[in-house]
Design a protein around this ligand. Structure first.
Ligand code: SAH
Length: 382
């Protein structure tokens, strides 16, 4: 007889958890208690839940579990940036990075192992798509980061003040699970972050942006990288399906649905001789006038055989000044955590797939280059 697998409660939203308790014949308010234990106290087992009766604790131990992904390594750089390599079910690894800055701590969270969008300058894209992370694996990254600072308590929790869904993967291609995990980030009985401090970054999956606006009101960042369709078709192939005009319209619709006044963060990874020309700046400023936004320039972080280079500092500065003059708020993302390979474009993920990616993996073995492009510091939302 095979044993029934235990239900993992870690990624469940308050509603799902209440349903679970109802299903096992318990009062739904148990959900709130268990949520707090899992996400505010960081407990590993039901035994630690002291305000729950012994019999219920035993029942839960038999039927359920609190399973977070496994930490393979944790490193902290001189500037305080902390990086975790996290092994998820099936053996693949993703990475999570915490970037502290003053009283802010921005956590960059992964949503998929690999990515299917194949942006030409992104090494995650080069590794192909492996699978979606579960909600438990996504929220588990937040729990792991906070717990790494010692006993989890409400004060300690402040080590993560902002979350950006800018790790590996395209979060809108893993819609339901990412939304569940973001709900937990914002849930008072879990991490209690404000909607302004949770940011989803997308390469521009237009219908999913509209769907997102129906179910949540997190902040939105868009990886634009080019001011015209001709160039964006090459850099971000999903543009062929959802061109810039449609993307900008979807962004405007998203902002209109919000109950407060916010702007879209436009990410622009800058590559020498590709999208850094003054003419690109001129086109971009014209385009961005049609959208309430701020621009975040990410100087390209090279990886082996990328075929792209980082522009000279002067070119970036000139581009930034052109945007400023056009009245567009612009920041240039600083590189953080370089010596632990935690900077934008330096993150390593490991995809384990016994089938079609085995050969590819072999080639990548010398230096694992499923580098993921994570960006964070200047992007953190106020
Ligand atoms: N798929 C989502 C989430 C990834 S976020 C998205 O595209 O927005 C990671 C950010 O880093 C994206 O803006 C991505 O375009 C950018 N990026 C990718 N490769 C990079 C590189 N080599 N150097 C700098 N930034 C890069």
């Amino acid at each position: 007889m095979t044993e029934t697998p235990k239900t993992n409660l870690l990624g469940m939203t308050p509603v799902q958890l209440a349903e679970y308790f109802k299903k096992i014949g318990e009062k739904p308010f148990r959900a709130t208690q268990v949520l707090k234990w899992m996400h505010q106290h960081g407990v590993e087992s039901f035994d630690e839940m002291t305000n729950i009766s012994k019999s219920l604790r035993e029942k839960l131990t038999q039927q359920a579990e609190i399973r977070e992904p496994e930490v393979v390594s944790q490193e902290t750089s001189k500037d305080g940036t902390r990086k975790w390599v996290i092994r998820v079910e099936g053996g693949s690894c993703v990475e999570t990075v915490l970037i502290p800055e003053g009283d802010r701590g921005t956590l960059c969270v992964s949503s998929q192992v690999g990515c299917s969008l194949n942006c030409s300058f992104c090494s995650t894209g080069k590794q192909g798509f492996n699978r979606n992370l579960t909600a438990a694996e996504i929220i588990g990254q937040v729990r792991i980061a906070i717990k790494s600072f010692g006993q989890m308590d409400p004060a300690n929790k402040r080590v993560v003040t902002n979350v950006v869904m800018m790790g590996m993967g395209e979060p809108l291609m893993n819609f339901e699970r990412v939304v569940s995990a973001m709900n937990l980030m914002m849930e008072d009985n879990a991490y209690g972050l404000s909607k302004r401090r949770v940011t989803l970054s997308t390469a521009g999956v237009v219908p999913a942006i509209d769907k997102l606006g129906e179910v949540t009101d997190v902040s939105l960042a868009v990886s634009l990288h080019a001011p015209n369709d001709e160039l964006r078709d090459v850099l971000v192939p999903i543009n062929k399906k959802y061109p810039i005009k449609e993307l900008v319209a979807a962004c405007n619709r998203y902002l209109e649905k919000l109950s407060d006044k916010r702007v879209i963060t436009i990410e622009y990874t800058m590559m020498r001789g590709v999208n850094d020309h003054p003419e690109h700046a001129r086109q971009l400023s014209k385009l961005l006038k049609t959208l309430p936004c701020k621009l975040n320039i990410i100087p390209f972080n090279p990886f082996p055989n990328s075929g792209y280079e980082r522009p000279e500092a002067e070119a970036i500065e000139l581009f930034k000044n052109t945007m400023h003059k056009a009245g567009i708020r612009t920041t240039v993302r600083r590189t953080r955590g370089e010596e632990i390979d935690a900077a934008c474009g330096q993150l390593v993920g490991i995809v384990e797939d016994k089938t079609r990616r085995t050969a590819k993996l072999g080639r990548l073995a010398q230096q694992i280059v499923s580098k993921n492009l994570i960006a964070t510091d200047s992007l953190a939302v106020q």
